[in-house]
Design a protein around this ligand. Structure first.
Ligand code: ADP
Length: 437
């Protein structure tokens, strides 16, 4: 099959979060399955093309829109990405494509464009919602510039670009089965399209996230030989100025946005210190108030030698922290899939997560991690205490959970297969439609 991914991110050259990882991992798995894949991406000025490896990427040039020193966060983002969709489809004109796979609101508008203006491309179209919290709302002039408009995506006087993908794609997916159920229950608009909606869990790229070969680790380890993990922990402690005590190291690596419950992360930090553990946070934010708050917290807690806060995005450091951590915290209010809990498991860090979305699909109490339900510091603290108790009282049991976590299958194989089934289903009904028409 000829598969085209239209996306705003691609790890590691243009990554803000899990969307970039997904495009990278799914494309690699599809190429491995023998498909012809092309990833179409805006040509940002921040791209580090030396990290591209051998993925087939086409970069769409529009310097005035994409050379802004950042991927998102410009006041004209909706114009930037709708223009990107138009340019990408123009570039593909005259080519045969079997499946267009669109991702999040940034590329959603390609779905109606394909249906109404680029019919000759005659391909099936899948739209994946990576996070319903971002819907790409825009005013009329943005669509005037694009040359396509429909009242079907109008909501309270604004046009909603995510809805274009939902209405016009042949099938809509989201990135975990539980998140699919949650959003259908909470969003009446989506509910109308339930018949063409499903959840497919993301995977992680097993060669990129592999403690056995990861060059970012000072020593490599595996489920068969976990001893070097302790050395990685000591290395990180020295690097970050933490004391070398033999206590559980709790970590969180996240964007500091409301979805990720920064206040619960802070509560976990304080309680970890109270329990005699250590806490490392690698968290990036573009919100000034949040940044000030965490900078202040950093000043207060780092003196003790028990905590370290790194308020930036640092891919290399993230590998080291995954490698060193005993417990990995993901207390999200909602989580479409979540990759960090799966990466953490690969590196032998047991996830402590809130039971929601993809976290609920991947973490199981007494099997590979710790779960809490209500999004409250009480529920979190109780779970943290349960985990600390196990670490101290039953090292063997802890070790068994660690091995189970490390040996779980989080690869893209199953998910890539599920997407393939969907692609086939969509192209089959498309062909039938063409025959009828
Ligand atoms: P989301 O896409 O909502 O941010 P995910 O868990 O799906 O959350 O994916 C987050 C990805 O971004 C993971 O690969 C994680 O390691 C990475 N990440 C998040 N914050 C940082 C950070 N501050 N520094 C380095 N990597 C980060």
């Amino acid at each position: 099959m000829k598969i085209v991914h239209l996306a705003s991110e691609l790890a590691p050259i243009a990554k803000v979060g899990g969307l970039g990882d997904m495009i990278f991992g799914l494309s690699r798995a599809q190429i491995f399955q023998g498909h012809e894949v092309e990833i179409i991406l805006p040509k940002y000025d921040t791209l580090d093309l030396t990290l591209l490896e051998d993925l087939p990427v086409t970069l769409i040039e529009a310097p005035e829109l994409f050379e802004r020193g950042k991927i998102y966060g410009c006041s004209d983002d909706t114009t930037r990405f709708t223009t990107f969709c138009r340019l990408a489809l123009d570039y593909l004109k005259g080519r045969a494509v079997d499946i267009f796979h669109l991702h999040d609101w940034h590329t959603a508008v390609a779905a109606p464009l394909l249906k109404e203006q680029y019919k000759e491309l005659a391909a099936g179209c899948i739209f994946t919602i990576h996070n319903l919290a971002y819907q790409g709302e825009c005013k009329e002039p943005v669509l005037d510039k694009l040359g396509w408009k429909s009242s079907k995506i109008l909501e309270k006087g604004h046009y909603n670009l995510l809805r274009a993908g939902v209405v016009y794609a042949d099938w809509v997916t989201t990135v975990s089965p539980t998140y699919a159920k949650e959003v259908l229950a909470q969003d009446p608009f989506l509910k109308q399209y339930e018949k063409k909606f499903s959840g497919i869990l993301n995977g992680i790229d097993g060669s990129f996230w592999n403690p056995k070969t990861d060059p970012a680790l000072p020593q490599n380890f595996s489920s068969k030989n976990l001893t070097p993990k302790f050395e990685v922990k000591q290395y990180l402690r020295r690097k970050l100025g933490l004391s070398p005590d033999d206590t559980p190291l709790v970590a969180a690596i996240t964007r500091l946005v409301p979805q990720k419950s920064p206040e619960l992360i802070e509560a976990a930090l304080h309680h970890t210190l109270k329990l005699g553990g250590q806490f490392v946070l690698l968290g990036a934010t573009s919100d000034n108030k949040t940044e000030r708050h965490f900078k202040h917290l950093k000043q207060r807690v780092e003196k003790s030698g028990g905590a370290h806060l790194e308020l930036t995005f640092d891919e290399k450091l993230s590998h080291l922290i995954f490698g060193a951590a005993d417990l990995f915290l993901v207390p999200s209010l909602f989580e479409p899939c979540g990759l960090t809990q799966m990466i953490a498991m690969r590196y032998g860090a047991l996830p402590l997560v809130r039971q929601t979305g993809g976290l609920a699909d991947t973490i199981f109490e007494k099997e590979n991690g710790f779960l809490f339900g209500p999004p409250t510091s009480e529920a979190l603290v109780q779970t943290l205490e349960r985990a600390f108790h196990l670490w101290k009282s039953s090292p063997d049991r802890w070790h068994t959970l660690q091995i189970a976590a490390m040996e779980g299958d989080y690869s893209w194989d199953l998910s890539a297969q599920a997407y393939l089934e969907l692609y086939k289903k969509v192209s089959k009904s498309k062909n039938q439609e063409l025959l009828k028409g």
